[in-house]
Design a protein around this ligand. Structure first.
Ligand code: NAI
Length: 462
């Protein structure tokens, strides 16, 4: 008799959700977590604290940019960095405590410490070995390193260090114009930091709809961020105060340097699986350090499963959550399922950027016939009222069947708006289905409907 039905390693969004669902389905569950608090990278040093910082600095930005336009006069607030950090820490703590409560409620055993897997069905934490019918690896990811760049989390930081700087820096160089770089770059730009983003490719946010990326870059530039594109960072040298970033422009081979008080390395993340003993177990690995799994998240070892950032696919908390729920269902004899074609992506800047499904670039590469319905927020009364009329909704549908294939939004609350398209896609809806659905006025969601109308006979307000 094993000690547990399932032991999950890691209490991030993948692991803790898997634990809760497995417990709800009647399993005896343990979750191993070495951090002092539950919630993993996302909750402790990622998604949640960064959203608190984005919110606080957005409010500050609003007071400077838009308050007087609305007749709200008076002195602008100044930043008390310690209190802003305390607010962010409170938000994190409230949420980690929430998961602890859910663990208790669902009778999940939290085994505190770092796990290894000495043999199939066994999880060792400290001196103790626990047995389980099934084991789920949900150990997440870590920032990938860059050759020639040594991170000390004080001057040269990853997203973790960027959330706990001692003070607001005067200057910041961000390496990588991906999600982390642009979210954290926005935070500091709004706090008055001179932010320069150095990106290897010729556009920001690679993989994103090209039109959205272009608009996004223009808006961020207006907000004070400077971009150096097509530049490969060669090295970062620390000085007595700050650091020097050396890069080479790909087109001309010209070399240049940038100096900054803080350097943020945001060039992607890699699966975090070191120390688990996977090699000794002979677990088959996939590309870029991922653990290889089958369609039911089982690794090459029977009874050993893996989900989230540790396996293939986008490194997103909600993708891990979906896999967590699904694997728990599979392990309870049910039919867990994840639709990888409908996983939204969101960047929580202002404006927000969100996408789901295929881009025009992907469809062109596949040679598929499609149509595009686009609607600018300039035609949306609600967006204009709150000074967020820049950006647009772009809905893509199959040219022949009108089935929705993708959606790309840059604009107010894009991260929420995208979900009506996700639901529509899950149900195999056509653009016309969305266009025929009554949308309340005045809402930002009307822009999504208008984009759907634009796929057919035309938008009303454009
Ligand atoms: P990313 O993959 O989004 O972007 C990394 C960027 O760095 C790319 O644009 C790449 O071209 C560039 N780059 C790579 N090497 C370079 C070099 N030597 N010089 C200059 N540029 C270079 O990775 P990021 O932003 O670090 O995020 C890591 C993961 O965390 C991503 O998978 C992301 O989806 C996830 N994440 C998601 C968030 C969200 O959903 N809002 C928030 C934060 C992170």
């Amino acid at each position: 008799m094993a000690d547990f039905d399932t032991i999950i390693i890691g209490a991030g969004p993948g692991g803790y959700v898997a634990a809760i669902r497995a417990a709800q389905l009647g399993q005896k569950v343990a979750c191993v977590e070495g951090r002092e608090t539950l919630g993993g990278t996302c909750l402790n040093v990622g998604c949640i604290p960064s959203k608190a910082m984005l919110h606080a600095t957005h409010m500050l930005h609003e007071t400077h940019e838009n308050f007087e336009k609305m007749g709200l006069m008076g002195a602008h607030p100044t930043v008390d960095w310690a209190r802003m950090q305390a607010y962010k820490d409170d938000v994190v703590q409230g949420n980690t405590k929430g998961i602890e409560f859910l663990f208790k409620k669902n009778k999940i055993t939290w085994i505190k410490g770092w796990a290894t897997i000495p043999a199939p069905g066994q999880v060792k934490v400290g001196a103790e070995t626990h047995t389980a019918r099934n084991i789920v690896i949900a150990t997440g990811s870590e920032a990938s390193s860059l050759p020639g760049v040594e991170v000390d989390e004080e001057t040269v930081v990853t997203s973790t260090g960027a959330l706990t700087l001692k003070s607001v820096p005067k200057s910041l160089v961000v390496i990588g114009a991906g999600v982390i770089g642009l979210e954290m770059g926005s935070v500091y730009a709004r706090l008055g930091t001179k932010v320069t983003v150095v990106e290897y490719l010729d556009a920001i946010t690679p993989g994103m709809d090209a039109e959205v990326a272009k608009t996004f870059q223009r808006i961020l530039t207006k907000q004070g961020l400077t971009f150096v594109l097509g530049a490969a960072v060669q090295s970062v040298t620390k000085a007595r105060k700050g650091a020097t970033v050396s890069y080479k422009l790909k087109k001309t081979d010209a070399e240049a340097t940038l100096e900054a008080e803080i350097v943020l390395v945001a060039t992607g993340r890699k699966p975090y699986t070191t120390g688990l003993g996977l090699e000794a177990l002979g677990v088959e690995m996939g590309p870029r350090g991922t653990i290889k799994t089958d369609a039911h998240w089982q690794t090459s070892i029977p009874g050993l499963y893996a989900i989230g950032d540790a396996i293939a696919g986008p490194m997103l908390a909600h993708k891990a959550e979906d896999e967590g729920m699904a694997v728990a269902e599979v392990l309870s004899g049910k039919h867990g399922h994840v639709n990888y074609g409908v996983i939204p992506g969101v960047i929580y800047t202002t404006p927000e950027v969100a996408n789901v499904g295929l881009t025009e670039e992907q469809l062109k590469a596949e040679g598929r016939a499609y149509k595009v319905g686009k609607f600018p927020f300039m035609g949306n009364a609600r967006a204009k009222a709150v000074f967020q009329a820049e950006g647009f909704v772009k809905l893509i549908a199959d040219a022949a069947t009108d089935r929705i294939l993708g959606c790309h939004i840059i604009g107010p609350a894009a991260g929420d708006l995208i979900h009506e398209v996700c639901v529509a896609m899950e149900f195999g809806a056509s653009a016309q289905d969305l266009a025929m659905t009554c949308h309340a006025h005045p809402t930002w969601s009307e822009a999504v409907r208008e984009a759907a109308l634009a796929c057919g006979d035309g938008a009303i307000h454009a």
